[in-house]
Design a protein around this ligand. Structure first.
Ligand code: IMP
Length: 183
């Protein structure tokens, strides 16, 4: 199999993906560029739009977001903008006094097969809860305020848990299964 490359400007995302590929004895290249992100209604649309701006193939992009039930799915596809503006403290303020803390992370990977062909989409979801305060230091994005179902620590407190159950892990597993079958 020739080397697949992950198009992302985000080192946290690349390191997580690289580890999943290595668990499967596969190398992962890094195309460290920032592609345009459409403000769309779904992660799938964002991914397809970003990939359409890249000429090569054998590459994938990934878009992720946190969807909070008591906020009707907000910030969802707006996760990056919301993180860059109000951040975790702002989210916790919005949820002050809110009992229902349930939320989920979603990740969608879009892969452009080598030699052409339709873009393949792979989705991963992890359910969990928004904590009452940030835990685990600065962490990546919303990791300090997200505790996955069945665990007591936030993703930022325990990277090992994140590497086992995360949205990115689940999307990566589907991509890896596809690559093993098709390449
Ligand atoms: P994007 O996929 O780069 O557009 O990410 C949207 C926002 O969600 C950014 O602010 C990221 O920091 C955040 N984000 C994406 N993936 C994760 C994750 O695995 N943990 C925590 N935050 C994330």
């Amino acid at each position: 199999m020739s080397k697949i490359s992950f198009i992302t400007s985000n080192p946290d995302k690349y390191c997580e993906m690289k580890a999943f590929f290595e668990e499967n004895s596969l190398e992962l290249g890094w195309t460290r560029v920032s592609l345009p992100e459409l403000q769309a209604d779904t992660l799938e649309e964002v991914v397809i739009h970003s990939l359409s701006h890249f000429d090569g193939d054998g590459v994938f992009v990934e878009d992720a977001g946190i969807f909070i039930d008591s906020l009707s799915g907000f910030p969802g596809v707006y996760s990056r903008y919301v993180f860059d503006t109000i951040g975790n403290e702002g989210i916790l303020k919005l949820m002050s006094g809110v009992e229902n803390r349930s939320a989920r992370f979603e990740a969608v990977v879009g892969f452009k097969p080598e030699g052409g062909g339709d873009i393949k989409l792979f989705k991963g979801v992890v359910k969990g809860f928004v904590s009452l305060s940030p835990k685990g230091g600065k962490g990546f994005g919303y990791d300090p305020i997200f505790t996955p179902e069945g665990f007591k620590k936030t993703f930022a407190e325990d990277e090992h848990i994140k590497s086992m159950v995360s949205h990115r892990k689940k999307a990566a597993e589907k991509l890896l299964q596809y690559l093993k079958r098709n390449l």
